[in-house]
Every structure is written in structure tokens, then in C-alpha cells.
Write a protein that binds this ligand. Structure first.
Ligand SMILES: NC(=O)c1ccc[n+]([C@@H]2O[C@H](COP(=O)([O-])OP(=O)(O)OC[C@H]3O[C@@H](n4cnc5c(N)ncnc54)[C@H](O)[C@@H]3O)[C@@H](O)[C@H]2O)c1
Length: 311
């Protein structure tokens, strides 16, 4: 079963697994929050062995019914926008923590053979120099990151206590087609296309390591195929950039002036820099294939070609 499969990363992953394993029975469960969209799945919904169920991972009984014939689970389902988590943490605690707890309990009850928890580099907190490896401590600084870190700790406990075969994947910031417009790169692209000011938090020197969504999905697939239960795999890229630089590159692609950049007050707990070491996933046989330039070109083109999707 794939939870959160109608969201940004989940839908790319569903497309990938459907292509590589066309005969694998697949149940996709998604609550279809504002961030989930069945249009993201239009190419796979009518393929054989594919079932979509609208459901909420915080609903134990409903999720159990959906999961009863499944051997494994990949959990993408989450509330994901940091700014929203600062305004209203409750849905983040419910979906990201309580929801993951339900899934772990179900995995224990139904004796699932595999469980991949999709996590994030934000659980480590800011990294002012160097890069974090999988054993580094978790120091989240906002409610979204804390809810994901709490879920990771619960996953670890269920592996240690009950041998629920959970593997955690922590990736850096994803970008690519179909990302919900509130996130940084689609916001910048949308404003740029409309020739409106691009709002940049603070001085814009915050650094993120951008990974193209399809590269991340290849890494998750590899973990599903070859990863070890109880292990954590960081998934990073070589795409470290300051936000300001990303905004400038987008404006360059759109042939717009840098004068559109507009600095706005920084948000609370805005981590200065994230960075990961990802030698473990590299040793499994993965590395990113898409350069930031190519990925950004592809993404800008997608948003320009699909205004109906995001305007
Ligand atoms: N986007 C990133 O840069 C990034 C980076 C690292 C990790 N992640 C993680 O990857 C996963 C997917 O992120 P995304 O960017 O695709 O998010 P997204 O917000 O685009 O999609 C999340 C999906 O989960 C669904 N969902 C939310 N709550 C649910 C619930 N209670 N029950 C069932 N479905 C529910 C939504 O409807 C949506 O389809 C998340 O766990 C996120 O923490 C994201």
C-alpha cells in the first residue's frame, strides 16, 4: 500500500513503481487534503491491479480495511508545509505522528513484510557546516519537522521493540512538476510567470540541497528493493543553493528582471542551512541523475505548460 500517493512525491513514486512493476497489486490510500489531487494519478488510476481508496491514516479501522491484503507499506502521507505548521500545529501532530503510530500498529497486527517511512532532512535541524549522517541527533526547530522526527523515533522503537521491519528514508528538499504551489520553487515560478514580486524570507541566504523528485523516487524504490529493515537512509544531492540564487535562476529562465525579488520578514525558526551525507544510499547503488539546471528547466517548463494546474 502507498499512503499519500496523490501528493507531490507520492504520485511520482506511484508512476515509477507502476512502470517498473506493472503486475504488482497496488493500493493507494490518500485523504485528498488540499495537497492531494487525483489528477496527479490520472495516468495510473485505470491501469490493472491499481486501486485508489480515499482514506485517512488517523482512522485505524478504515486504514485496516484498506490494508488487509497488503504485504508492505510506503508512507508518504503527511501534512508538509512548514508555514502552515507554525500557524496550526494540530493537523501535523495528528497526521504525521498519530497517523504513523496507527500504521506501525497495523504493520504489527498484520505482520507486514516491509514498511518504508518517508522522512525529511528537517528532522536533524539546521546544519551550519558539514553535513549530517544517519546517526546524528534530531533537533527539529518547527512543528512540521518535530512531528516528522517524533514519527521517526516511533518507527525506531517499533523496530527495536516489536521487530516491525521499518526503514526510514530522509531526503533533502524535493522539486519538480506537480508540487503544490505554496512551496518555495512553485511559488517563485508562479509569481515570476505572473510578473509579480517574488517574496524571499529575510536575506535569502538560507541554503537547501535541492533534489529532483524523480531522483528521490528512484532512491526510495531502491530502498524498497534492497534496503535493510531498521536502517535509515539519507538521500541528498549536490544541489546546495541559497534561496535567493534559486529565485534569480528562475527569473533568468523566465526572462524576467531580478527587480521582482522582494525581501519579506523572515519566518520564526527558519533553519539557515540543511545538508546531508548520503554515502549509505550511494553504497546501495543510487546517485542523483538530474543536475539542478536541468531539473529546474524541466520544472519551469512544466508550470508554464500547465497553468490550469496551479493558477
Ligand atoms: N516535498 C519535500 O521537499 C519533502 C522533502 C523530504 C521529505 N518529504 C516527505 O515526503 C512525503 C510527501 O511529501 P510531499 O511533498 O509529496 O507532500 P504533499 O503535501 O504534496 O502530499 C502529501 C499527501 O499526503 C496526503 N495526506 C495528508 N494527510 C493524510 C492523512 N492523514 N491520511 C492520508 N493521506 C494524507 C495528502 O492528501 C497528500 O496527497 C511527506 O511525508 C514529507 O514529509 C517531503
Amino acid at each position: 500500500m502507498i499512503t499519500g500517493g496523490a501528493g507531490f512525491i507520492g504520485s511520482h513514486f506511484v508512476g515509477l513503481i507502476r512502470k517498473k512493476y506493472p503486475h504488482q497489486p497496488l493500493v493507494i490510500l490518500d485523504k485528498l487534503t488540499y495537497a492531494g489531487n487525483l489528477r496527479n494519478l490520472k495516468e495510473v488510476l485505470n491501469t490493472p491491479h491499481t486501486e485508489f481508496i480515499r482514506g485517512d491514516i488517523t482512522d485505524y479501522k478504515g486504514t485496516r480495511r484498506a490494508m488487509k491484503d497488503c504485504a508492505g507499506l510506503i508512507n508518504f502521507a503527511a501534512e508538509t508545509h512548514v508555514d502552515r505548521s507554525l500557524k496550526e500545529p494540530a493537523p501535523f501532530i495528528n497526521s504525521n505522528y498519530v497517523g504513523t503510530y496507527n500504521l506501525l500498529e497495523l504493520a504489527r497486527e498484520l505482520h507486514l513484510e516491509s514498511f518504508i517511512q518517508i522522512s525529511t532532512d528537517e528532522v536533524y535541524g539546521p546544519c551550519l557546516e558539514g553535513a549530517f549522517n544517519e546517526e546524528d541527533s534530531l533537533k527539529p526547530t518547527n512543528p512540521y519537522a518535530a512531528s516528522k522526527a517524533a514519527a521517526d523515533l516511533l518507527c525506531r522503537a517499533y523496530w527495536q521493540s516489536y521487530q516491525v521491519p521499518v526503514t526510514i528514508v530522509r531526503s533533502t528538499n524535493n522539486y519538480g512538476p506537480r508540487q503544490y504551489p505554496e512551496k518555495f520553487i512553485p511559488t517563485m515560478i508562479g509569481k515570476g510567470i505572473k510578473n509579480e514580486p517574488l517574496p524571499i524570507y529575510g536575506d535569502g541566504k538560507h541554503i537547501r540541497d535541492w533534489i529532483f523528485v524523480e531522483d528521490n523516487c528512484q532512491a526510495i524504490l531502491l530502498v524498497w528493493e534492497k534496503g535493510m529493515p531498521g536502517e535509515i537512509y539519507n538521500v541528498g544531492s549536490d544541489g546546495q543553493r541559497e534561496n535567493l540564487n534559486v529565485a534569480e535562476l528562475i527569473l533568468e529562465r523566465l526572462e524576467r528582471s531580478n527587480e521582482l525579488i522582494s525581501h519579506v520578514p523572515d519566518r520564526p525558526g527558519h533553519d539557515r542551512r540543511y545538508a546531508l551525507k548520503w554515502s549509505k544510499i550511494k553504497a546501495l547503488g543510487w546517485q542523483p541523475r538530474t543536475s539542478f539546471d536541468d531539473g529546474l528547466k524541466n520544472t519551469v517548463k512544466w508550470y508554464m505548460d500547465n497553468p490550469h494546474w496551479w493558477v
